[in-house]
Design a protein around this ligand. Structure first.
Ligand code: SF4
Length: 395
């Protein structure tokens, strides 16, 4: 074979290769963007990428989050060409509901299956003046609080924005009564379901943006609450990008006890946690208080002396205290205190000038009560162990 022939053959080979590559590419389905999980800013970027104007973002947010529409063909204020283009590159993919039950007291629980097989739980609690949706941020939890059934399940993975906001979407759709004038049933959202929201920071912040956005769920920042067990550096980071309300899972008045109940306390003890809480509150544009969550457990943290200590610890933190009588679950090793003990604890805090509420147990018959959100979780990533290892290295 001459040099010329060899070069010619190589060229033919390359052409054949190019053809093969192109054929393979055509066979591989394009990964579609799930518009359910795009924050307003990311939605802007998406439409910009399609050569469209920003007002498309407002239209799309309304269709998805306010009108509950997931079929592009029904989005009639967009041109046919636009809808065809959207169907090629995007989708609106919703979580799959595998369980939907309403308690005798009106509390409603959904279990949603996520890609990968694990499931998460979302709970709606209707009250006279408001309806609160308790939303999960992770599948399982790495923080292993000793009184929490989710913590006992270990950690599987973070939820995506679509999976977090998907819970609000599903609940809104399920709570809407067909034919009835649209009534806002979800007035409050608390990031207090499964998981530690600050350990899934970016996705939680994007989801909360959608909760607050006027074209999506349009909730007031006072009515969206992030509850943390005390990941101090991320509390400061949250203050830089958001002004939602803050709840702090304290559960103990001393570090010795909190180290046992909420192990992250070994890394960020009470003094640091409350200092971070104060910094967060100082940065808010209004004089909002933090909510201090205190799961009250028989003979563990329910004595009058401990109430007195709690009052001292919280004296410089603008807050209201929410007492949550412990909800027993199998092998927890803890018990719920008597009502009398709980009232005594509350009364002492009242006497010290605090606003105190006792959270009534809701949805007992459907396992929707606080601390009972278990789901079906497999700790495939062993993140819980990694977290503990990291903690030991940092200690
Ligand atoms: S209480 Fe919250 S942070 Fe602690 S293990 Fe349970 S879900 Fe995680």
């Amino acid at each position: 074979m001459t040099d010329e022939q060899s070069i010619e053959n190589q060229a033919t080979d390359f052409e054949a290769l190019d053809r093969l590559e192109a054929e393979e590419k055509a066979k591989t389905p394009i990964e579609k963007v799930n518009l359910l999980g795009l924050s307003p800013k990311k939605m802007d970027a998406f439409f910009e990428g399609l050569g469209e104007k920003k007002f498309r973002t407002q239209q799309m947010l309304k269709w998805i989050h306010q009108l509950g529409e997931s079929d592009f063909d029904k989005m009639t204020n967009m041109s046919k060409a636009m809808r065809t283009k959207l169907a090629e590159v995007a989708e609106i993919s919703l979580p799959e509901i595998v369980y939907d039950q309403t308690s005798v007291d009106g509390t409603r629980k959904w279990v949603m299956r996520m890609p990968g097989g694990s499931s998460i739980e979302t709970v709606y609690i209707p009250e006279k003046e408001r309806g609160t949706l308790c939303v999960s941020s992770q599948i399982g939890c790495a923080l292993d609080c000793s009184f929490c059934s989710t913590g006992k399940q270990g950690f599987n993975r973070d939820l995506s924005v679509a999976e977090i906001i998907g819970q609000v979407f599903v609940a809104s759709q399920c709570l809407d009564t067909p034919g009835e004038k649209r009534v806002r049933r979800i007035t409050n959202v608390v990031m207090m379901g499964m998981g530690e929201p600050l350990l899934n920071f970016d996705n939680v912040v994007d989801s909360m943006e959608l909760m607050l956005n006027d074209f999506a769920y349009s909730l007031s920042k006072r009515r969206v609450t992030l509850s943390t067990s005390g990941v101090v550096p991320m509390m400061d980071k949250l203050g830089e990008v958001s002004d939602v309300s803050l709840a702090v899972s304290l559960h103990a008045p001393t570090d010795d006890l909190r180290d046992v109940l909420v192990p992250i306390n070994k890394k960020y003890p009470i003094k640091e946690l409350l200092a971070a809480t104060n910094r967060y509150l100082e940065n808010l544009p209004d004089r909002r208080k933090a909510t201090i969550e205190y799961t009250i457990i028989k003979d563990v943290n329910d004595s009058v002396e401990q109430a007195e200590e709690l009052a001292k610890v919280l004296k410089d933190t603008p807050c209201k205290i929410n007492l949550i009588p412990f909800n027993p679950f199998p092998n927890s090793g803890y018990e719920r205190p008597s009502n009398n003990r709980t009232y005594r604890f509350r009364d002492l805090l009242h006497e010290r000038g605090f606003i105190v509420t006792i959270r009534s147990t809701r949805g007992d018959d459907i396992d929707a009560a606080c601390g009972q959100l278990v789901g079906k979780v497999e700790d495939r990533t062993r993140r819980q162990q990694k977290y503990i290892d990291l903690q030991q290295v940092n200690d």
